[in-house]
Ligand binder design. Structure first.
Ligand SMILES: *Cc1c(COP(=O)(O)O)cnc(C)c1O
Length: 233
């Protein structure tokens, strides 16, 4: 199947999942997770109508962006970001979805202030409480959202999560529901410098469950581009 056919099929599944949940399909966007796909394939996905692109690695972002790979849609950073690479990302992407620790929040804020830009961010939440994973706890997330007035270089736009790897369909619904509640909690408090518009959750294997539980942006790689060949790198 071509990238365009894959995107069309995902759209149909997104619409069905939204309708089944009594939601407006128009409020859910499709981000293409483009890691390990070259600029030509990324352009193909953009032409097929994805709403945004997301890169995991700084190296791939700086390589593909000058080639116009993402032209026409917003580009998000969605991977682990080292503080010494923040200057290659801040001001160059529309949204950093993976702000997962204090040190990174401070580095992004300071860099944005130095550049004179305001960087939109999401907080990544470790919703499964997994020891090996980054991300704020739900408690830290609420506390930090209340303090966003102290970080004028950034604007908090929502939350992102990667739940634990699940054994069967439906296993992650509990985590997605927790994320939705956290998202709504923070949104309703109307904190300074916070405008909660994006709840980024759901990937190839679980995006329908994520939509059922309130996701506003799914991040899909494999179902768009096919399986990634890690042996090649
Ligand atoms: C790779 C990746 C995805 C997409 O994963 P698939 O299972 O291939 O759809 C989504 N989010 C992040 C942060 C990723 O790194």
């Amino acid at each position: 199947m071509s990238i365009a056919e894959n995107v069309a099929e995902i759209r149909a599944r997104m619409n069905a999942a939204a309708v089944a949940a009594g939601r407006d399909p128009g409020e859910i966007s499709l981000l293409a997770a483009t890691k390990m796909n070259d600029a030509d394939r990324v352009r193909e996905a953009v032409a097929a109508g994805v709403d945004a692109c997301g890169e995991n690695r700084v190296q791939e972002l700086v390589q593909k962006q000058p080639l116009g790979a993402y032209q026409g849609v917003p580009i998000h950073f969605i991977g682990h970001l080292q503080t010494n690479k923040v200057n290659k990302v801040v001001g160059k992407v529309d949204l950093i979805e993976s702000v997962d620790r204090m040190e990174l929040l401070q580095a992004v804020n300071n860099t944005a202030l130095r550049l004179g830009v305001c960087q939109d961010i999401l907080f990544e939440v470790n919703i499964g409480g997994e020891a090996q994973k980054g991300g704020f706890t739900p408690e830290e997330t609420v506390q930090l959202a209340a303090k966003m007035g102290d970080y004028p270089g950034v604007r908090l736009r929502g939350l992102m999560a990667i739940p634990p790897i699940s054994e069967k369909k439906g296993d992650n619904c509990i985590y997605f529901a927790k994320m939705r509640n956290l998202f709504i909690d923070i949104r309703d408090k109307k904190y300074d410098n916070v405008s909660m518009v994006c709840l980024s959750m759901g990937m190839t294997d679980d995006f329908e469950d994520a939509i059922a539980e309130g996701s506003t942006m799914i991040r899909v790689g494999t179902a768009i581009f096919g399986a990634r060949n890690y042996a090649k790198t």
